[in-house]
Design a binder for this molecule. Structure first.
Ligand code: NAD
Ligand code: IPM
Ligand code: MN
Length: 352
């Protein structure tokens, strides 16, 4: 089982260290780790945030564990050399178009939610975020208009096949859950999302067992804090999904808890190839201080074992260990506690 390990920048290496300790503790046979440098670390070491050698490792691996990228010292570089291009590039290069971002309340954490405990307690949703299209990957630039003013522009678009393939992922996910799918769009203003809604309805005809509903993204942002328990599966575009998933994390209690899978259609001998990462970034404000919560990274490892290696029992074991640590009151600074990165890693390992 070849696992690419791209720790990245900021807290990336710190949380990756804990996830690898957990992987090590499982003592799985035949694991080969293939380390690579991405983001600012890639730029410094190899001259590029996503060097050709790193892409080669990604292609060769059965799955990728990704920490986080982002480094303010690189923010003035030309866009193609900025750290974020590493994650954007990997998602596109490997056609990882389906981003699964589950958000479920952990027992005992209701008080930590930004919402009232009785509201937060009902959270059990999956955000399916499209990852290869939208305004993220359209043509873009800053140009000077005839009258001398500068204008920034980014082209937003979705082709119908791009919407269709993420729709199928979302409908199938809903079939495996409570059978409810809410498509979040902005079809009242944007043509891109009028097509999105049309295609969702078309694909929905193939899934009579799934209840499809539609919601405008502004209302969805409001409903997510008013009554998040109403959602089962949400499917949405790249940018709306990015924003709503960070919001969902605070409904659960912390961004340090939310894991994600980026999947495509590549099958290996073990399962579906994918990239697995926390939804948060490199957290430069706490990097290097041993304060980051590694749980989202550890839970990403669990999701990787499930999707890319068919190791469901091991995935459940890790998830149960994290849940137990939280139930036992282990809290990082992000949850109002004092446990550091290594201490949280120890707590999870002890319960594994
Ligand atoms: P961020 O997610 O890095 O941090 C936001 C806030 O949440 C910060 O206060 C941070 O300390 C806190 N936080 C995040 N993860 C935490 C954890 N595990 N434990 C405790 N606290 C945690 O978002 P940002 O500050 O907007 O971005 C910082 C950098 O990360 C930027 O360069 C951005 O582009 C990048 N970024 C990368 C990814 C990725 O690699 N997938 C995702 C988001 C942001
Ligand atoms: C995420 C991040 C990335 C995104 C950035 C770093 C490119 O915010 O993974 O959520 O916007 O997709
Ligand atoms: Mn994000």
């Amino acid at each position: 089982m070849k696992i690419a390990v791209f720790a990245g920048d900021g807290i990336g290496p710190e949380i990756m260290h804990e996830a690898l300790r957990v992987l090590d503790a499982l003592a799985l046979p035949d694991v080969t780790l293939m380390e690579g440098y991405v983001g600012g670390a890639g730029y410094r070491k190899l001259g590029h945030p996503l060097h050709a050698d790193t892409i080669r490792i990604a292609h060769e691996a059965d799955a990728i564990l990704f920490g986080a990228v982002g480094d303010f010292e690189c923010d003035n570089l030309e866009r193609h050399l900025r750290p974020e291009q590493a994650i954007l590039g990997l998602r596109r290069e490997l056609t990882l178009f389906a981003n699964l971002r589950p958000a479920t309340m952990f027992a005992g954490l209701e008080e930590m939610s930004a919402l009232r405990p009785e509201v937060a307690g009902k959270i059990d949703m999956l955000i399916v975020r499209e990852l290869n299209g939208d305004v993220y990957f359209g043509e873009k630039g800053i140009r000077t208009l005839d009258d001398g003013r500068r204008q920034g522009w980014d082209l937003m678009s979705y082709a119908e096949d791009e919407v269709r393939r993420i729709a199928h992922v979302a409908f199938r996910a809903a079939q495996g859950r409570k059978g409810r799918l809410c498509s979040v769009d902005k079809s009242n203003v944007l043509e891109t999302f009028q097509l999105w809604r049309d295609v969702m309805i078309e694909v929905g005809a193939e899934y009579p067992d799934v209840a499809l509903s539609h919601m405008y993204v502004d209302n969805a942002a409001m409903q997510l804090v008013r009554d998040p328990g109403q959602f089962d599966v949400i499917v949405t575009g790249n940018m709306f999904g990015d924003i709503l998933s960070d919001q969902a994390s605070m409904c659960v209690g912390s961004i340090g808890l939310l894991a994600s899978a980026a999947l495509g259609e590549t099958q290996t001998q073990y399962g579906t190839k994918g990239l697995f990462e926390p939804i948060h970034g490199s957290a430069p404000d706490i990097a290097g201080q041993g304060k980051a919560n590694p749980m989202a990274m550890i839970l990403s490892l669990a999701i990787m074992l499930r999707h890319s290696f068919g190791l469901e029992a091991e995935a459940v074991r890790i998830e149960a260990a994290v849940a137990q640590a939280l139930a036992d009151g282990i809290r990082g600074g992000d949850l109002g506690g004092t446990a550091g990165t290594a201490e949280i890693g120890d707590a999870v390992l002890a319960r594994l």
